[in-house]
Design a protein around this ligand. Structure first.
Ligand code: NCD
Length: 320
């Protein structure tokens, strides 16, 4: 196992850089933070007092940016952020991500959390950075810190990941959270992953190839009836209007809408997750169903990102 200290900064760039042992350590720390946030939030403030994080977001975000910001502040860190770097930073004048990172490093950032429209944006930043870069969502590529909180949530609620049937549905061609989750599930032994998507938005072959190579059973379908009754976990996602042409969006936007009738197909013990934002694909009426788990999932973003920041700052984040 390589730790970041021996080979450079501990970037968090993709789901597959982890293994089960490193995820176990991260989830254990996240669970500790979750409990301490309830009982001893003030005591956490000295953890990384004076360390600095820059949050640079070139694409819209609510949960990822706020939860990283809250996570860093709970640990006593100083937080600098730009909420619309594409329009309000010098990127609007044509500055490259590489130059932005070089400058933020020089200002004293200990870690740079980056959301970018290009799927290789965070990797390009990491290539020139001497401080850790966190991929907080990269185009239609990956969103590994979301996968961390998703897996943490599944394990916390279901008590395990191995042996579960996980249904991943919605816009799987463009949804980076679905891709990162599938990659990270490939590090475990789920019983079965079922992808549910319209033909225009199927899961990428790169993800499927990795799962196949890892010996994980997966299948795909276009119908909810084929998938929901088998699920232990249903992970739904929105259709990403901004990443497709108008005609495709019109054709698929209302194909899957989960209301009480659809959720009734899920077993009693199953949970329904969603990275949020939802834009109509899960009706509000579902919120009252005890299987609706998306807000608990979102709340886990803070302790999980606290754990990730601590491992990164301590040079203990696993890098493959
Ligand atoms: C997602 C994202 O930005 O990829 N949101 C999130 O980080 N929780 C999902 C989305 O935009 O649909």
């Amino acid at each position: 196992m390589n730790f970041a200290t021996s080979i450079g900064p501990a970037h968090l760039l993709e789901s597959r850089q982890f293994n089960q042992a490193s995820l176990k350590a991260l989830f254990a720390l996240a669970a500790t933070y979750k409990s301490r946030l309830r009982h001893d939030a003030v005591g956490l403030q000295t953890t990384h007092a004076g360390r600095m994080v820059s949050l640079v977001f070139y694409e819209p975000s609510t949960r990822t940016r706020f939860s990283f910001s809250h996570a860093a502040k709970h640990l006593g860190m100083l937080v600098h952020e730009t909420e619309n770097a594409a329009d309000f930073s010098s990127a609007a004048k044509g500055e490259t991500i590489e130059d932005t990172v070089r400058v933020l490093m020089g200002y004293g950032s200990d870690v740079i959390v980056l959301r970018h429209g290009d799927k290789d944006g965070p990797a390009r930043a990491a290539a020139v950075s001497q401080v850790p870069i966190v991929n907080a969502g990269a185009g239609s590529g990956e969103h590994p810190s979301q996968a961390l909180l998703d897996l943490f949530t599944i394990e916390e609620r279901m008590g395990k990941i191995d042996g579960l049937t996980v249904v991943i549905g919605g816009d799987l061609a463009h949804g980076r959270t679905a891709r990162s989750l599938a990659f990270m599930l490939g590090l475990y032994r789920p019983a079965h992953i079922i992808f549910v998507a319209p033909t225009q938005a199927r899961m990428g072959d790169d993800v499927k190839a990795v799962l196949t190579r890892s010996g994980i059973a997966w299948s795909e379908t276009e119908t909810l009836q084929d998938a929901l009754p088998l699920a232990d976990v249903v992970y739904w996602t929105r259709i990403q209007q901004e990443r497709m042409d108008a005609a495709t969006f019109e054709a698929i936007k209302d194909l899957y809408i989960l209301g009480t009738e659809e959720v009734a197909m899920m077993p009693e013990h199953a949970i329904l997750m969603h990275p949020l934002p939802r834009v109509g694909e899960i009706r509000q009426e579902v919120d009252r169903d005890p299987r609706a788990w998306y807000f608990e999932q979102a709340h886990n973003g803070v302790p999980v990102r606290m754990a990730a920041l601590t491992l990164i700052l301590n040079g203990m984040l696993f890098v493959s």
